[in-house]
Design a protein around this ligand. Structure first.
Ligand SMILES: [Zn+2]
Length: 59
């Protein structure tokens, strides 16, 4: 699923991270504000050309 960068029209690279993942003794979720802890994962889209980044919160 490729999509174009809104800034330069370049190719966006998509990475999905689970918020249940753990960093040492902490889960990623514990670092988030309460209004974001209801989401299960976050999709990070980075333009390979200009570095423009978008975040999508996924349930
Ligand atoms: Zn771009």
């Amino acid at each position: 699923m490729a999509c174009a960068c809104p800034k330069c029209g370049g190719e966006m690279m998509s990475i999905v991270k689970s918020l249940s993942a753990r960093i040492g003794p902490f889960s990623v979720k514990s670092f988030l504000p309460p209004e974001l802890q209801r989401y299960e994962s976050v999709e990070v889209r980075v333009c390979v050309a200009c570095g423009y980044t978008e975040l999508y919160w996924l349930k």
